[in-house]
Write a protein that binds this ligand. Structure first.
Ligand SMILES: Cc1cc2nc3c(=O)[nH]c(=O)nc-3n(C[C@H](O)[C@H](O)[C@H](O)COP(=O)(O)O)c2cc1C
Length: 154
């Protein structure tokens, strides 16, 4: 295979334009409009967002799911002992990036992470399907597992 065959396909990104007038001056309103459009058009996982955190030695990044947002911020849930949670305990600075390829739109957010209240967090946990709750109980997120059997036994 020549290097030409392996070339990464180029996109034109000409499906929409962003004009100052359309953007307005309230970033949360713009986020709301774009997020709603992504949901309304049935884009795959419109609430999937990359979350970057500062570790002791490196910056790390992974996907999470946006559960809600309002003027105070963006809410996701994770295990308190996960690497991302421990990172954020040490250093609350975080960045989020949404990307909706079909709309050729990305949104970048930077800020400080805070805990939601215990009641909010408990209510979310109770709202999850039983299998997901069991999965969350039984796996130490971010930790190596001995093997698949051990995880399934737990
Ligand atoms: C689309 C997608 C959504 C995800 N959503 C979450 C989430 O909401 N919360 C979470 O803890 N992990 C979520 N994960 C798993 C994380 O990306 C990650 O693998 C895991 O949380 C461990 O990350 P950490 O070791 O950096 O803490 C998601 C993964 C994918 C691919």
């Amino acid at each position: 295979m020549s290097t030409e065959d392996k070339a990464i396909p180029r996109s034109e990104y000409d499906r929409s334009t962003l004009m100052e007038d359309d953007a307005g001056n309230d970033p949360m309103m713009l986020f709301g409009r774009w997020f709603e459009a992504a949901q309304a058009d049935g884009l795959p996982e419109p609430h999937a967002v990359a979350l970057a955190t500062m570790g002791p030695l490196t910056i790390s990044c992974r996907m999470v799911l946006l559960q809600s947002f309002d003027k105070d911020g963006f809410v996701f849930y994770t295990n308190h002992n996960s690497r991302k949670a421990l990172d954020l305990e040490r250093d609350p600075r975080a960045a989020l990036t949404f990307y909706w390829p079909a709309h050729e739109r990305q949104i970048r957010i930077e800020g400080k992470a805070e805990h939601v209240t215990a009641e909010t967090s408990d209510a979310y946990f109770r709202s999850r399907p039983r299998e997901s709750r069991i999965g969350a109980w039984s796996s130490d997120q971010s930790r190596p597992v001995d093997d698949r059997d051990t995880l399934e036994q737990r």
